[in-house]
Design a protein. Structure first.
Lengths: 354, 226, 230, 354, 226
């Protein structure tokens, strides 16, 4: 699998971020980090908008930047959704989108599809100044998608959009780019977006370091900040058993148990991801088989680490997968939880993630 | 009424103003662009140089240009070693003089406008695969529209009314270098006030409608882009 | 009774250098002071009509003083001729101009500079000379017109025109190294270039100045500077 | 209690929104609605940035706009955090903040407190162009707060900020404005922010109507869109029983039952709000008293309405309070749920909201 | 060397240029601001009118101004009925002429700059309790800095080199209306080339360092605001 290899000493004033990463060029890579940790700076360096002396950027087999060469932005073939001020104010919505497509080889039908996807049909003749904040973001997304880039960079593209739109749009975005084979680097603060979209994760932290890895592993890694967030979460892989067309329910096989979630039809055997918030996982010492609606799994405690003054996070091993639980310190003490102990995890709520 | 000579002068004037403005835009645009973007430490020197012709009285500037372009001047002798003709008393000479004289009126407003556009639209265009020239043509030019209008207007109008340099450098040859401003001036000097008023009125009305069209169009464009 | 006055003299540009020479003498003998305001005659005229604060007007022609007088803008009866212009055909090239102006018939030059006949009396005279030589029409395409006689001189001086008709008084002012070749045009070849003066604001000082310009001291100097006198 | 009375016929091109509202000038009023429903337009009209002919704006006892008068923006004394492009580019961060304070009567100490609250101490000398997107938003928030406005208007102020910062900042913001007595109108797409902050809610919908009411009632009202979102939720009022200082746990009295949540110390008897997502509520026909960790409440079904092809939302009456539950249609059918039926609600997860 | 008269002329020129530029800024700023903001349908008419003086040759414009300001002109006679002096041939007259002549060079760049600032900074300032004038002083002025520099430079330099209007309207009276450009012109006319070169050089050097300072400062400000 081809990768995007980065070795970038990013410097801006006092800000320093050393990036030495190899990012898989497949699917979605989320870029996650607190405000001011350098997400925008990273995207800009990859696109070639900033040039950091001594940096290396290698996209698949193309050397975009090394000590001798620097490929100009417009020759890299990236698509970019900026964090703000995306649109050309002198062009209408339609002309904004056409600006990109007229320089790329996209078909009218595909562009129309993207416009429909972003619900822009009624806005095409408007000027950017006649749009709401969210509408402007949608136009920028459509424009970047429509040029069929070799690599898509999106900097908090959905920050101004409502939940209902996001839930509708994200799966379609994921489907579209996987169909077109466009790798996506996606900056977001929203954990639910990241969990829903991402295959890989680039994590920036305030110390100026960058890490990259598989999202499933990184989410539960106690060394990283992700497992220390309030919405700490785990992603588990499940397999589709069957689909109940009457009740629109998917029956999933998850680590030996059957759970059902509502969703669109999927073929039996399809592998899906489910998202489990740490706070939706509780721990019992014995399996309580009398509560039929709960999903109870035998697990092993791998590690216990503090979250707040009142709560701890427990890293569990569930048939080889990692699962996080967030419980009060009091419960931990009452139950006497220890590393390597075998206990049961009650999963209160499961959401299909893709 | 306007004489044949006056009409010839009017035509020549328009020609001169159009040529000069065109050349000013062609020269001034890249210059202003470069000045607006460069981080060069000494660019203020160049900016100052460009503004200098403004400071000299036009006839005096004309006199120095006459010296420079004459067969003994360094431009003139250089032209002659290249086998060219001397430039004084030619339309080309007038154009050169006017260009030098009006350059700051074009470069300065353009430079300001370019500066105000900022980097973002260009960055966006680059990510949409537009190369340098493409970006300039499709983004900078339209966004700098009002700057271009100002620059062209100032350049054009200034050349229309341009006088001292032309007088000195042109030699007042009818059909070749006798422009309207000199003709009007001539009428005033020779007490032919009626002729002078007529010709001034013609010039004013002409320019009035031309400027009116341009500003009217700009107004409409601005409303459209609100 | 004579108290010192400050006189403003609007003077035709071509005569200004001459008048500068005379100023010191006048100031010395009369006790008045002079403020010279050189300029184009047409421009002076327009300014006078519109209230310019000039005392005496030394015009480059006779028309405008006459008009001012008839319009009542000048002291009637104060008009006088202070000089008659002499024309010269001059080139910076010492070998170009001959004693009879035959060069004008040759094709040895590209540009002949004259003052604009519509604006300057010297230009009108130059036109009359060329007409009398039947060269006016043939030379049309080679003529370059100066706004005034000085610009005409500068065309030649800078080498942009090979030769030109200038005032003989100007030729005399040139550095020896620049004198080149000259043809003093016989005054018979053109109508006289009458330069008249007129008093605009009557005063003893103005009358004293006018008298001074016409006394022998001045006449000698004026003639020596290349003008004729009636 | 004084109110902000609005009667605004907002028109922009084809867009029409008729606002006829009376907004309490106390605490936080969230403005909620999908992208393009007119949230920004509403805030602009209140601030006096747009003037809609025939509109009425009455702030407490001041008539800001009627048929004759129009109070200029700078005389209304509002604070405004714009959705974008907030900062003066020619001023440093500190100068941006001072621009407002020098025209208001705020003390240096209070301003310093706000700067600290927003963690701007190290950025004071920077220019806006040297800040990250989130940092710029923080400066805008600090600047608007620091002028001690009579009414604070914030348009998606935290859209570019990370979850960690939000969780830290929101309670402090709420405390600060309640201490200063500044009413806040807060536009946000983020349901968690709204639930955490708001006392009242202005709801805009795509049909161009605006409604205002108490957030607790509006969240569960089946007539409104809120109860139809994926993250449909209820807010319930609970009372503090006691605080366990060792385990940092609050024991709360919620409709006759004791639940414990982690949090900061609060005096017994204090009334608090807890947030319960509809998807964290399940329904059983009989109370299952053997699962100790669950909170099981006797409830009456008030209404059942569809959510998706697979799920229904159930509006429950819990001792006079409204509670939403989201269950699969299959469960509903299996349990044979009907209006007015008495059942039990199992609340799987509870979060303290203020 | 420079004569006393030349020095007087130099001083007078600086005075004229400074006065004119100051008045141009005072008049031009609100005018440009209004033009940049108004939605008035016929503003293009006004814009055209402002640009008209550019089109006429300066001496001709000077001639018409002379007619208007002279004792028989409508401004002049109006002044006289008010008990004032006619304005022609006075310093005040020169200032008026220069202001009219250079107005477009100040108004146009300012109008463009104001237009480019956009509404947002003003909206923000209004919510921070800044009133109209306050907003203008604290937001528009600093943001329009480079436009103001351009406008002042063009206005100032143009007045320095200004010639035709001044010659016609001022009457070349030493110490009162004889500015440097006319003095230089006079030297050239009287073939006193050395004097002319000297004075031109003085003017150029003076302007050079002045412009250099301004552009240098602007350059530093821009870097600081990056
Ligand atoms: N020109 C500059 N000079 C100094 N520091 C800068 C400059 N530009 C950016 N920074 C700093 O660099 C850091 C990274 O900025 P960047 O915009 O990449 O952050 P980000 O991760 O995108 O943040 P956000 O989520 O708020 O958008 C920030 O702390 C910012 O303050
Ligand atoms: N000048 C205009 N002409 C026509 N329509 C406009 C104009 N300005 C705004 N609109 C429309 O008005 C509606 C309301 O815009 P507004 O900015 O108030 O929305 P919003 O609720 O703030 O949305 P968002 O959450 O995306 O910021 C939008 O549908 C927008 O397209
Ligand atoms: Mg960013
Ligand atoms: Mg909005």
């Amino acid at each position: 699998m081809s990768t995007l290899n980065l070795n970038l000493p990013i410097r801006k004033g006092n800000f320093a971020l050393n990036v030495d990463l190899s990012i898989p060029l497949q699917g979605v890579t989320a870029v996650f980090g607190a405000s001011g940790t350098g997400k925008t700076s990273l995207l800009r360096a990859i696109a070639g908008l900033d040039r950091h002396v001594g940096g290396l950027v290698n996209f698949a087999d193309q050397m975009w930047q090394d000590h001798h060469n620097f490929t100009a932005v417009h020759k890299r073939g990236v698509g970019y959704v900026f964090q703000e001020d995306n649109l050309f104010t002198h062009l209408s919505v339609e002309e904004n989108i056409q600006y990109g497509t007229s320089r790329a080889s996209n078909t009218k039908a595909a562009v129309d599809h993207i416009i429909t996807l972003l619900q822009l049909q009624n806005l095409l003749t408007r000027r950017p100044s006649q749009l709401s904040g969210g509408e402007r973001q949608k136009v920028a997304i459509a424009r970047a998608l429509a040029i069929l880039p070799k690599l898509l960079l999106m900097d908090e593209p959905l920050a101004a959009l409502d939940q209902t739109f996001k839930q509708d749009f994200l799966p379609q975005l994921k489907a579209l780019i996987s169909e077109l084979g466009i790798p996506l680097l996606y900056v977001s603060h929203a954990a639910d977006e990241v969990a829903q979209l991402a295959d890989n994760l680039v994590l920036l932290d305030k110390s100026g370091a960058a890490k990259c890895g598989n999202i499933i592993e990184m989410l539960t890694n106690p060394e990283l900040t992700l497992a220390h967030r309030q919405e700490a979460e785990s992603l588990l892989t499940a397999t589709v058993n069957s689909y109940d067309a009457h009740y629109h329910l998917l029956s999933l096989q998850l680590c030996g148990q059957t759970i059902s979630v509502s969703g669109k039809p999927l073929a039996p055997g399809t592998s899906v991801r489910v998202r489990i918030l740490a706070q939706d996982v509780s721990i019992t010492l014995a399996a309580q088989h009398d509560t039929s609606i709960l999903n109870i799994f035998p697990v092993t405690i791998e590690q216990i680490f503090p979250y707040s003054a009142a709560q701890d996070t427990i890293l569990l091993n569930l048939a080889g997968s990692q699962l996080l639980a967030r419980i009060t310190r009091k419960s931990k003490d009452l139950l006497g939880l220890k590393t390597d102990q075998k206990v049961f995890a009650q999963i209160k709520s499961v959401a299909l993630s893709q | 009424m306007l004489t044949q000579a006056d009409l010839t002068a009017l035509l020549l004037t328009l020609q001169l103003a159009l040529c000069t403005t065109a050349i000013l835009l062609v020269l001034g645009t890249p210059l202003a662009w470069w000045l607006a973007r460069t981080q060069w430490r000494f660019k203020f020197l160049l900016e100052t140089l460009i503004a200098m012709p403004l400071v000299l009285p036009p006839t005096v500037l004309g006199f120095y240009l006459l010296l420079a372009l004459g067969p003994r001047g360094f431009v003139g002798s250089f032209m002659q070693t290249l086998g060219g003709e001397p430039l004084a008393f030619t339309f080309t000479g007038l154009v050169i003089g006017s260009v030098i004289y009006s350059l700051p009126f074009v470069v300065q407003p353009l430079q300001d406008t370019f500066h105000n556009i900022g980097k973002r639209p260009l960055e966006v265009a680059a990510t949409l695969r537009a190369g340098g020239l493409d970006r300039f043509l499709t983004i900078v030019l339209p966004l700098a529209k009002s700057g271009f209008i100002t620059a062209s207007m100032l350049g054009f109008a200034h050349t229309l009314g341009e006088f001292g340099v032309v007088l000195m450098l042109g030699g007042n040859i009818p059909g070749e270098t006798q422009v309207l401003s000199i003709a009007i001036y001539g009428h005033v000097e020779s007490l032919e006030y009626v002729q002078a008023h007529l010709l001034s009125a013609a010039l004013l009305i002409l320019s009035f409608f031309m400027l009116l069209t341009v500003y009217g169009l700009r107004g409409r464009m601005r409303v459209a882009s609100m | 009774t004579a108290h010192a006055d400050n006189l403003r003299i609007a003077v035709a540009s071509n005569f200004a250098p001459m008048l500068t020479q005379l100023t010191a003498k006048f100031e010395q003998v009369s006790g008045h002071t002079l403020l010279l305001i050189p300029g184009a005659t047409g421009q002076h005229y327009a300014q006078i009509v519109n209230g310019a604060p000039f005392d005496v007007f030394l015009s480059a022609d006779s028309e405008r003083p006459t008009q001012l007088e008839t319009q009542g803008q000048a002291v009637s009866g104060s008009r006088f001729i202070y000089a008659l212009g002499k024309l010269a055909l001059w080139s910076a090239d010492p070998k170009l101009v001959d004693d009879e102006g035959l060069i004008l018939q040759s094709s040895a030059f590209q540009h002949l500079a004259i003052a604009n006949p519509a604006l300057a009396p010297f230009g009108l005279a130059a036109q009359q000379v060329l007409v009398s030589m039947s060269l006016w029409d043939p030379l049309q395409t080679r003529l370059v017109l100066g706004e005034n006689i000085t610009q005409t001189l500068q065309f030649v001086q800078t080498g942009n025109a090979e030769l030109g008709f200038i005032a003989y008084s100007q030729f005399l002012l040139l550095d020896t190294s620049q004198k080149g070749s000259v043809w003093a045009v016989p005054t018979a070849m053109h109508k006289p270039i009458i330069q008249q003066g007129v008093i605009l604001k009557d005063s003893d000082a103005a009358r004293a100045f006018v008298a001074f310009l016409q006394n022998d001291y001045s006449r000698n100097l004026i003639q020596a500077a290349g003008y004729d006198l009636p």
